[in-house]
Write a protein that binds this ligand. Structure first.
Ligand code: LLP
Length: 422
C-alpha cells in the first residue's frame, strides 16, 4: 500500500496534487511520501517484535538526507556500503551504534572513518578484508566488531544482475569454508566476532530462497558455537521484493517474512538485524515526467517524455517494469491506446516501456512512474548532460524540495580546464 492515490480525478502524493508539485518545481522530478516510508519501516519493525532486533535501512536504495531523517527518527538503523553512505547516515543524525557497514571492497580509509565515528559492526566478506580491518583497528587501538558474510549458495530466483547468494557471485565467503574463516578471525586481536551475515539478492518474490539460506545459517550458528565462537547476532540481509504492477503480483509481506525468520532462526536466541531497502523506499516514490511529443512511427506511436534513462535506469538496466500512469485519472470507458514510452536520450535503450496501454495523451500531459523510490534517484546520472532531477518530500499537505535541480552553470563549473587550454 502507498499514499499515491487519485482524488477528484487527480493523482495525489498524500494530500498534495502531483500537478501542483510539477507546477512548483518543473518536470521531471521524484516525489516521496513520508507516510509510506514510515508505514513500510513499521511493518518490518513489527514483524520482528518477538525479539531483540534492528531494522537497518539499505540506504543505497534511497539516500537523501531528508528520507534518512524520517527513518532514523522512527528508530531505523542504516546499512551502508561506502564512506559516502556512512557520512550521509551520520549527517542525518544516525548514531554509529545503529550503522552496519557492508560491501566487498571496503578500503582502509573507509574502515578508519567508521571506527573513528562509531560503528555497530562490519559485515566482512573475505579473508584479505579481515586482515586489513584487523590492522586498521589495531593501529587505532580499538577492536572492530564483525560478522562474516557467508554465501549460502542458494538461488534467489531473481534477475541475474541482482542475485548475490550463488557461489558464482562475488559476495561473502563460501559457507563450506566458514568454520575455517571464523577460526582465523578469532586469532586476529583487532577483531571481535559477534555473528553471521547473509544476503542472497534483491527483489525476491518468494520466501523459499530465504528459508533455504536461513536454515543454513541456523546450522552454521550451532556449529560455530560448538567451535567456541560467540554468535549473538544474525544479520539476515535485505531483498524482500515489492509488487511493481498493481494487477497480478503479490510478493510475500513483511509479517510472513518475520514469521519465517522466527521459524528458522528464532530458537537460537540471537539479536536479529535485517537490511531492507526496496520494500521501504520503492513504493514510497514516484518519478513524474511530462510528454514532450507524441510521434507516429511506421507501426507504432512513441510517447516522448522529458524524463529519460539517466533519471530512471531500471528499465534499461534490468528490463524492469514500472507502472506508468497519467496524472489526470483516466475516465472510465475511454478506449486506451498503445505507446512505446521513451526518453530523449540518444540510444534505443532509452525506452521505458513497449506497447504500453495508456489513455491517449498529448504534449504537456504529466505521467507518473510508480515504484520509483528505490534505486531511482540514487542511480541517476547526467548522461547527455541532462541535469539531475529534483527530489521532493511530502508529509500530509506539506511539500518540501529536498534536493534542488542544479543549474547548467553548476554543471559546467564542476569541470576544470587546464591552464594550457584556457
Ligand atoms: N543488503 C545488502 C548487502 C545488499 O547488497 C542489498 C542490495 C540490500 C541489503 C538491500 O536489498 P533490497 O532490500 O533493496 O532488495 N539496483 C538494483 C538493486 C540492487 C540491490 C543491491 N543490493 C535494482 O534497481 O533493482
Amino acid at each position: 500500500m502507498d499514499h499515491f492515490l487519485y482524488r477528484d480525478g487527480m493523482l495525489h502524493a498524500e494530500d498534495v496534487p502531483v500537478a501542483d508539485i510539477a507546477a512548483a518545481v518543473g518536470t521531471p522530478f521524484y516525489v516521496y511520501s513520508t507516510a509510506t516510508l514510515l508505514r513500510h519501516f513499521q511493518l518490518f519493525d513489527d514483524a520482528l517484535s518477538w525479539t531483540d532486533h534492528l531494522v537497518c535501512f539499505a540506504m543505497k536504495s534511497l539516500s537523501n538526507q531528508a528520507v534518512l531523517r524520517v527513518l532514523a527518527q522512527a528508530g531505523a538503523g542504516m546499512d551502508v556500503v561506502s564512506q559516502g553512505e556512512y557520512l550521509r547516515a551520520k549527517a542525518a543524525g544516525v548514531p554509529g551504534d545503529r550503522i552496519v557497514f557492508s560491501g566487498v571492497g571496503k578500503t582502509a580509509e573507509e574502515m578508519r572513518t567508521a571506527l573513528e565515528g562509531g560503528i555497530r559492526q562490519f559485515n566482512v566478506e573475505s579473508e584479505p578484508e579481515m586482515e586489513r580491518l584487523d590492522q586498521v583497528a589495531r593501529s587505532l587501538g580499538c577492536v572492530a566488531p564483525i560478522t562474516i558474510r557467508v554465501n549460502p549458495d542458494v538461488d534467489a530466483k531473481t534477475h541475474a544482475k541482482i542475485a548475490t547468494g550463488k557461489s558464482e557471485n562475488k559476495f561473502g565467503i563460501p559457507i563450506s569454508r566458514a568454520r575455517e574463516v571464523y577460526a582465523m578471525a578469532a586469532r586476529l586481536p583487532g577483531l571481535r566476532v559477534i555473528g553471521i551475515d547473509v544476503h542472497i539478492g534483491s527483489q525476491l518474490t518468494e520466501l523459499a530462497p530465504f528459508e533455504a539460506a536461513y536454515k543454513k545459517v541456523a546450522e552454521l550458528t550451532e556449529q560455530l558455537r560448538a567451535d567456541g565462537h560467540e554468535i549473538s547476532r544474525l544479520d539476515l540481509g535485505g531483498g524482500l521484493g515489492i509488487p511493481y504492477t498493481r494487477s497480478n503480483e503479490a510478493p510475500p509481506v513483511p509479517t510472513d517474512y518475520g514469521a519465517l525468520i522466527q521459524r528458522t532462526v528464532g530458537h537460537l536466541g540471537c539479536e536479529i538485524e535485517i537490511e531492507p531497502g526496496r520494500l521501504i523506499s520503492g513504493n514510497a516514490g514516484l518519478m513524474v515526467a511530462k510528454v514532450i511529443y507524441v510521434k507516429s512511427g511506421e507501426d507504432r506511436d512513441f510517447l516522448i517524455l522529458d524524463g529519460a534513462m539517466n533519471d530512471l535506469i531500471r528499465p534499461a538496466m534490468y528490463e524492469a517494469w514500472h507502472d506508468i500512469v497519467p496524472v489526470i485519472e483516466p475516465q472510465p470507458g475511454v478506449e486506451p491506446t498503445k505507446y512505446d514510452i521513451v526518453g530523449p536520450v540518444c540510444e534505443s535503450g532509452d525506452t521505458f516501456a513497449k506497447g504500453r496501454e495508456m489513455p491517449r495523451l498529448k504534449p504537456d500531459d504529466l505521467v507518473a512512474f510508480r515504484s520509483a523510490g528505490a534505486y531511482g534517484a540514487v542511480m541517476s546520472s547526467e548522461y547527455n548532460s541532462r541535469l539531475m532531477i529534483p527530489e521532493v518530500l511530502v508529509h500530509g499537505d506539506h511539500l518540501a524540495v529536498i534536493r534542488r535541480r542544479p543549474t547548467y552553470e553548476d554543471m559546467i563549473a564542476r569541470d576544470t580546464v587546464p591552464e594550457w587550454l584556457a
